[in-house]
Structure formats: C-alpha cells, structure tokens
Design a protein around this ligand. Structure first.
Ligand SMILES: C[S@@+](CC[C@H](N)C(=O)[O-])C[C@H]1O[C@@H](n2cnc3c(N)ncnc32)[C@H](O)[C@@H]1O
Length: 335
C-alpha cells in the first residue's frame, strides 16, 4: 500500500499506521510512505494520510513515452473482466516539493490519454481528471510520481477527502481555505439561514466562508475582522473570550467553528462542552499541535470518553491539505 501525505509529515503518518496497526513503513519519500505487509481488511481511519493506493504497482521508465506506454499496458491488463460503463477518476499526483515533477507527470498523463484513446476510445472518454469528493473508497486510476523515472499506480484507492481549494480574493486569511476543505471532508456546508458560532474568528476567514453561503455568523474574537468579513451584514463581531461564550438558554447553533491558537487539550475540552450540551449540530475544529505530542492528541481525540467524537453520528479527523502543524476535526452530532 502506498500512502500519500503532506511533505514533512511522513514520520507522523508512519507512526500513525504503526499504532493503527495497519503495517510498517518499508520505504518513504517526499509526501509518501510505502507499507510492506499490510493488515487485512478495510483501510482504517487515518488522519495524516491524504489517500491510500491499494496494491500499487511500481512502474519505471526513463522517458515520458516509456512511462506512459508501460502504464497503458498495465492499465489495459487490469481491465480484463471489468466492464466500465460510467465515468471513472483518473487522478495523477506528484509532490510539489520536487520542482518540475508535476509538469513531467502532466506530460506522462497526456501521452497516456493519447495511447488509451487509440486502444480503448470508449473507456478513455469516460475518464474524469478529478478526485471524487469526500472520504470514500474509489475505483479508477490513481498514479503517484515519486521521482522523474518512477510512478506508483493503482486501480483502487481510499480517499481521505483532502484537496487543494480555490482561494477567494475577499477572504481575509488563508485559514479560509481550511474550512472550505473541511466542508468537503464532512460532505456538508453551512446553508442559507443556518447559524454559526465562530470561536477565535479573527481576521474572519471561516466566518466569511459561512457568511458567503448565506449563514448568520457570530464571530467571537478580541482581534479585528478584516477583508470580506469586516462589516459583513451576516457577521456579528463580539469582542469576548471564546472560552466563556455560551449560547442563550435553549439556543442551538447549527455550526460551531473553533480555530484558536490555544492549548489543544483546553480547546478539546471546550468543544466537548459544546457537543455534550448539544449547543451545535455540526462542528469544524482545528487543533494546533505545534507544542504538543500530535499522536497523543490524536489518540485522545479518537479514544477518550470525553472526546466530542463520542457525540457524533459522523466524524472525521484529518490533516488537511491546507493544515500545517495542526489537524482538523469535523462532525455531525447524533440526533
Ligand atoms: C488562527 S487565528 C483564527 C483564524 C480564523 N479562523 C480565520 O479564518 O481568519 C486564531 C484566533 O484565535 C483568537 N483567540 C485565541 N484565544 C482566544 C480566546 N480565548 N477568545 C477569543 N479568541 C481567541 C486569536 O485572537 C486569533 O485571532
């Protein structure tokens, strides 16, 4: 199995899969780890993995044409006995840290498409160069380049839901991208008229993200709102301590957002108060592990009886594409 992740987080991912236990790392590079023996059964929930290529093959070639030709031969071989009637994802990825590799893989992808069209035009036409949205198992073609002469390819993948999001020039912070991505992972986003409490809101990226969808936001932060969040008609700014903020008696917010640079355990306790009190229906919460043990924190989130995840019908913990030294919890409470 080949797992991909954000570059720089390979050892955290390796430790996570060892603890799962899913397997042990036998090779790794920028943005990927390869597992030798893998435990049987479905891929467990992983935080630091962005996707898992199941039973990948390693294909080498010293030119674009050689790589594309070998990939096409292998792909054709895997189609035996399989009927493709609908669209299928054709997802090609290279770590951005290796300059020029993405461009090179793009050329291989282009040449592969030409070859496949010649050999199996009907199947080639059904390829979609986009990741399915959300967390799911997917069948298609998944290619990951580790260097200029080598790719891993698989027909099946587990997807964690992470993806690069498009920026909005009116968004006041790049943090905006995190909540946009979190909505994709959860498979739900604030709807017009829904209510949001945003704890640690400034300069207002998350609040802006909800308000632009028509939600009504209370943004709690002593700091100033900026950009598209400043004076937004659907954002009420309250300069208060987010640890003391509570809904009114009987009030339930549709969404809790929480993105405070504070001790992550304290933040987790606060979020659990919100979920135990049923003060929200859904949440997006970012925990900063810069000064904490990321895996111990992850373990607490997943296994403590005091975790907000205990109160959820659906929940995921992910190191997002747009996260740094932090991970993000998304959830929908049980009704
Ligand atoms: C990473 S920033 C939030 C960015 C925001 N999500 C966005 O999209 O623009 C963290 C914020 O948490 C706020 N914060 C930290 N402790 C807080 C507290 N006790 N009460 C309210 N805000 C707090 C800080 O003032 C800071 O503005």
């Amino acid at each position: 199995m080949l797992l991909t992740c954000q570059s720089g987080f390979e050892s955290l991912l390796g430790a996570e899969v060892a603890a799962a236990p899913l397997g042990t790392v036998d090779a790794s590079g920028a943005g990927w780890v390869r597992l030798g023996a893998v435990a049987a059964g479905p891929v467990p929930e992983l935080c630091f993995a962005h996707r898992a290529l199941i039973d990948p093959v390693e294909i080498s070639g010293d030119s674009v044409n050689a790589l594309a030709g070998r990939l096409c031969d292998w792909f054709m071989g895997t189609l035996r006995g399989e009927k493709i009637d609908g669209v299928w994802p054709s997802v090609w990825q290279a770590p951005i840290e290796i300059p020029g590799l993405g461009k090179r893989l793009g050329s291989v992808e282009g040449e592969f498409a030409v070859l496949l069209k010649k050999r199996l035009s009907r199947v080639a036409k059904l390829a979609v160069a986009d990741l399915p949205r959300g967390t799911c198992a997917a069948r298609g073609l998944f290619v990951f380049a580790t260097d200029f002469g080598r790719v891993y390819a698989a027909r099946s993948a587990w997807l964690g839901g992470q993806r690069r999001m498009a920026d909005d020039p009116a968004a006041p912070s790049r943090s905006y991208l995190k909540t946009e991505e979190a909505f994709v992972v959860l498979g739900r986003e604030p709807a017009p008229g829904e209510t949001v409490a945003d704890l640690g809101a400034a300069p207002g990226g998350w609040s802006y993200s909800a308000a632009k969808r028509g939600a009504q936001v209370v943004a709690i932060d002593n700091g100033p709102l900026k950009g598209g969040a400043l004076d937004h008609p659907r954002i009420e700014h309250r300069q208060e301590d987010a640890f003391r903020f509570r809904p009114l008696a009987g009030q339930r917010y549709d969404w809790l957002f929480c993105d405070m640079v504070e001790d992550p355990k304290r933040v987790l306790d606060l979020v659990t108060q919100w979920t135990r009190g049923r003060w929200c229906r859904h949440f997006v919460v970012n925990l900063k592990f810069g000064h904490a043990d990321a895996l111990a924190l992850l373990d607490q989130v997943r296994h403590s009886s005091e975790s907000p995840l205990r109160d959820c019908a659906v929940a995921q913990v992910r190191h997002l594409f747009h996260d740094r030294e932090e991970f993000t919890l998304v959830g929908t409470l049980r009704d």
